[in-house]
Design a protein around this ligand. Sequence first.
Ligand SMILES: CC(C)(COP(=O)(O)OP(=O)(O)OC[C@H]1O[C@@H](n2cnc3c(N)ncnc32)[C@H](O)[C@@H]1OP(=O)(O)O)[C@@H](O)C(=O)NCCC(=O)NCCS
Length: 166
Amino acid sequence: MDTVPSDICIRPARMEDAGDLASLCFPEEDAGRVRDYLAFCLHHPHITRLVAEAYGQVVGNIELVRWGDVGEIGGLCVAEAFRRRGVARQLLRAVVELARRQDIRRLELYVSADLPWLIAFYQRMGFEGAEKAWLPLTTGGAEVVRLHMGMSPPCGSGEPDGIWVG
Ligand SMILES: CC(C)(COP(=O)(O)OP(=O)(O)OC[C@H]1O[C@@H](n2cnc3c(N)ncnc32)[C@H](O)[C@@H]1OP(=O)(O)O)[C@@H](O)C(=O)NCCC(=O)NCCS
């Protein structure tokens, strides 16, 4: 397995990322919808999107939605050519740190029940529980596993600037 690309940075998403997100991270989705959803997220006061940038391209994405002191993680995706190199691990670490700085006390996420290795990865990263649920989708629905993580308050204070790892 390769190591994390040396030239990687985790940073907040911006509108200029729409092209790479569509072509590299979500190639099966309609590019216009990827762009519209990015615009929606960037204007939403309770949604933060982080991206992984490597060699000048956006190769990964993750989202944090804040509901009071509960945060929901979603949208984790890494461009196929950059998988198995630790990019998702870095995105997840960054979003957990961001949640801590937003005073979120509990993080939740849903993962497909068909991906036991991904469930195990989240568990290694500190998520607990394995409550099964049925997620209704326009395409019919999917069996998912709900995981959660209790959060302790941050050691320091201030803005999340500087957490973006290089
Ligand atoms: C899931 C996904 C984001 C993982 O991204 P990634 O950058 O390849 O993941 P990492 O390299 O950081 O690996 C994370 C861990 O998962 C393991 N892993 C990654 N891909 C794996 C695979 N296909 N099979 C088994 N284990 C795998 C890694 O070995 C690593 O384990 P470790 O904790 O022992 O180091 C990527 O496969 C993806 O984008 N999949 C499509 C979208 C998706 O399913 N998103 C999940 C939504 S919940």
